[in-house]
Design a protein around this ligand. Sequence first.
Ligand SMILES: *[C@@H]1O[C@H](CO)[C@@H](O)[C@H](O)[C@H]1NC(C)=O
Ligand SMILES: *[C@@H]1O[C@H](CO)[C@@H](O)[C@H](O)[C@H]1NC(C)=O
Ligand SMILES: *[C@@H]1O[C@H](CO)[C@@H](O)[C@H](O)[C@H]1NC(C)=O
Ligand SMILES: *[C@@H]1O[C@H](CO)[C@@H](O)[C@H](O)[C@H]1NC(C)=O
Ligand SMILES: *[C@@H]1O[C@H](CO)[C@@H](O)[C@H](O)[C@H]1NC(C)=O
Length: 500
Amino acid sequence: MSLTFFLLLYCFWCGSSADDGGFTSLVGIGEPNERTTLMGGFIKASHPPKVIRDEFFVQELDHFNPNDNRKWLQRYQTNNEYYAIGGPVFLLIGGEEQISNLWMTTGAVAEYAKIFNAMIFQLEHRYYGKSYPTENLNTTNLVYLKIQQVLADVEAFIIGKSQNELHDAKWVLFGGSYPGSLAAWARITYPNLVHAAVSSSSVIKTRIDNIDYYKVADKALSDYNPQCVSNIRQATMVINDLLNTENGTKYVETVFKYSSPINLKNDVRQFFHQLALPISQIIQYNKDNRYFPSREEQSPVTITQLCDVMLKKSLGNPFDRYVALHEKLRQINRRKSSFYSYQRSLKDNSEISWNKGLVKSGDRQWFYQLCTEIGNFVTSNDEDHLFGNTIPIDFFIDLCSDIFGESFNLSELEKAVNKTTMLYHGLKNSTSRVIYLHGSIDPWSGLGLKEPKSDDSVSIFIEGVSHCADLYTSRSSDPPQLLKARQKVTFYLNKWLREI
Ligand SMILES: *[C@@H]1O[C@H](CO)[C@@H](O)[C@H](O)[C@H]1NC(C)=O
Ligand SMILES: *[C@@H]1O[C@H](CO)[C@@H](O)[C@H](O)[C@H]1NC(C)=O
Ligand SMILES: *[C@@H]1O[C@H](CO)[C@@H](O)[C@H](O)[C@H]1NC(C)=O
Ligand SMILES: *[C@@H]1O[C@H](CO)[C@@H](O)[C@H](O)[C@H]1NC(C)=O
Ligand SMILES: *[C@@H]1O[C@H](CO)[C@@H](O)[C@H](O)[C@H]1NC(C)=O
């Protein structure tokens, strides 16, 4: 999951997807691995697999303006195969990507649904996938892409679906990464409709500049081998020095197979950002049971393999090893070049038609959310940070203004992020019945809520696993602490579902 918050993380990563094959599924939580399920977790996919169809729910465009009656169709999916009358409803909240019907039959939510005889719904997030609230995504139309509106969609959906046999059912919300935050926020905002929430790898604290991300990433690598981190940092410094001269720049462009010249300040920052992305991605999704149907060889790249390249003396000095690492990642990802200019990413992010480029993948929308309400831009802005002082906050603020317009500036974002913090991130003491789960090597865990303020909420910290590990399909190879976390979720759901 997204990414979560990822978010922006994958923005530029996806940027060249239009050219060479697509990285869309690396945004957010992707899909659970259906095949390992068949080999033995505690649930098997149905045989024959249940057919999950897209359905559409009529939604308001603006929930807060009674004079605006415009409507749109929000995609959702249903699986009633585990449901028994009187059972609860489990709603998986969609995030910054299209929803995948695999989540309806495999993955942890389906596993819990089987235990509790729950009805399962999955609701796609407005502006992503096939859920188009507006004609296009220009900045006038994007104003309805707001957390408050998203939560109100969830409210309307619950009310709409609570007719007939579900009218007494208790609703439990699930989500991973950003949707994990939405699940917790929906529980605070609509306590009478949302009975409980399971909030996996959610980011609850919000700030503009997320320096914690690379701190946790740094630690994840150091725990394997501290030399791995110092070699990455050393390679980064060498590149930084090389980029100070014309010859050096040419050399860097050649060895990293950069397709356009690195000449402007933001090209340099973007270059460093793009060097950091695949590394962050490996850490964030380390051994997490995800599965990429079209790129099987990509799934198993782990911290171990990453660091082994950075530690391999036969490859040369740390700079040479870093070059070799990126070469290897390009091969695995079947790309000729992983880089493109700042101008190019502006152009790709400025598309406003549905179903094109970075709108189709959700990147433009997600970046808009970051620039207007969420912030949490992943920076490395100090000599001590994993990537040194190469990815400052200004880089992201420039992107916001250059893509969406001059009024998307730092002071506006500060105001907006402060408002988000005030509305949601404090999470009141009364926010009961929320389970927060975090993996110790998940770089997003730094902004998660590890000490719930309410006695009747719990936080589960899982050693050694990464982003949203608990949401993917369970398997016999799961570490015992992950199994234990899953059992705890079952325990609390069981307890809370008995409560009125
Ligand atoms: C955005 O698109 C709408 C049509 O959906 C149009 O009416 C509006 O003028 C456009 N706004 C801008 C700023 O281009
Ligand atoms: C840059 O490379 C050219 C050609 O190899 C060489 O003549 C020149 O001296 C180099 N300049 C610097 C500053 O290293
Ligand atoms: C940021 O944008 C707002 C809204 O357009 C504007 O009022 C403000 O002056 C801008 N601030 C800076 C520092 O540019
Ligand atoms: C946002 O909050 C921070 C910390 O509370 C404060 O220092 C800053 O002045 C606020 N900014 C705006 C624009 O409200
Ligand atoms: C919330 O809980 C904390 C710790 O239990 C307590 O210090 C604080 O006063 C509580 N705040 C409210 C608004 O109840």
